[in-house]
Design a protein around this ligand. Structure first.
Ligand SMILES: [Zn+2]
Length: 326
């Protein structure tokens, strides 16, 4: 049930079948009732957890708004059901609603373009089948909303339901991760932008961010000095030392970029060998996209900065040795 995290802010830990086994929803007291921040997966176990809350005394005046930091299935999945149960509006960034429709639900409607995109990065036919299966999972994990959500334009940084809070925007992990921040005491609900024990996945996805690693590093450079005293992440435990955690995550990405440069120092490589050298594993199986996408994002970062060249079959070489890319 609800666990107090900060004045007026509570956590409801929700189950997840996959790593890391849970996702945190936060409930913030507001004049109209609870503002729910993130909803958990579209699953019976998650709905059971919400039902237990809705039937408990803790529900008080009820849920007045459902705010999503972003629309990945473990944040958005139960939002349609919870909205139906409570009548509360679902609120998210415009970019995330676009992602729900065009990418998380829509990619499988463009299957041939989806396959072409990954084929150009060197994926095999078996990999492509795994990509399509994975995106079918995303589609079923993001059911349709019955009522249109309330969408936040990029310049919006406040919610009327949350007086005293600002919304900070983060990029790279997802098109727009919005983070409620309370300047009076430095409480920040991070979504997946900054996590205490996991390096957030920065993947190049079909149809999404042209440079996830660059967007992410720019965001953390901007967020790092924020006067955060308590960060409430979507996965893991609350943490302080926010700027130190930003630095640690940034350092992981710089190390990966350097491993990529080092791996190519002796000549061009294909994606599986490069993934093994940089991430320590070859992308394959049902999670192909989550591993390969991270490598593509690192390659794209260096490609955009003219350090790399990539051929149409996914082979990569340092730009200083383009003859090794054929
Ligand atoms: Zn996420």
């Amino acid at each position: 049930m609800l666990e107090p995290m900060a004045p007026g802010v509570y956590r409801l830990r929700l189950p997840m079948r996959f790593h890391p086994g849970h996702v945190n929803s936060y409930l913030i007291e507001s004049p109209g009732g609870w503002v729910v921040v993130d909803c958990g997966n579209h699953s019976r176990a998650t709905r059971d957890a919400w039902r237990a809350f809705l039937e408990s005394e803790q529900v008080g005046p009820g849920i007045c708004a459902i705010f999503l930091t972003h629309a990945h299935p473990d944040h958005y999945g139960s939002a349609p059901w919870l909205a139906r149960q409570t009548g509360a509006p679902v609120i998210m960034a415009e970019q995330e609603w676009d992602a729900v429709n065009r990418l998380w639900r829509g990619s499988v409607d463009q299957e041939s373009q989806l396959r072409d995109f990954y084929r150009r990065w060197g994926a095999t036919d078996a990999d492509l089948d795994n990509v399509v299966l994975f995106m079918h999972g995303f589609r079923s994990g993001c059911p349709a909303l019955e009522q249109a959500p309330r969408l936040l334009a990029p310049e919006v940084d406040q919610l009327p339901e949350l007086p005293g809070w600002q919304l900070l925007a983060g990029f790279g992990h997802t098109p727009c991760n919005l983070m409620p921040f309370r300047p009076a005491d430095g409480v920040l609900v991070t979504g997946d932008q900054v996590l205490p024990a996991i390096v957030p996945n920065l993947s190049l996805w079909f149809g999404s961010d042209a440079d996830p690693v660059g967007s992410y590093l720019d965001t953390l450079a901007r967020l790092r000095p924020a006067p955060v005293t308590l960060a409430l992440p979507a996965h893991g435990e609350p943490f302080d030392l926010f700027s130190a955690r930003c630095d640690a995550i940034v350092s992981v990405h710089h190390k990966r970029l350097q491993r990529l440069r080092d791996a190519l120092a002796d000549g061009g490589m294909d994606m599986p060998a490069l993934a093994k050298a940089v991430l320590g594993k070859v992308p394959e199986g049902p999670l192909f996209m989550l591993i390969a996408g991270q490598l593509y994002a690192l390659v794209r970062y260096l490609e955009n900065r003219a350090e790399l060249v990539r051929s149409e079959n996914g082979r990569v070489a340092l730009a200083s040795a383009p003859d090794q890319c054929s």
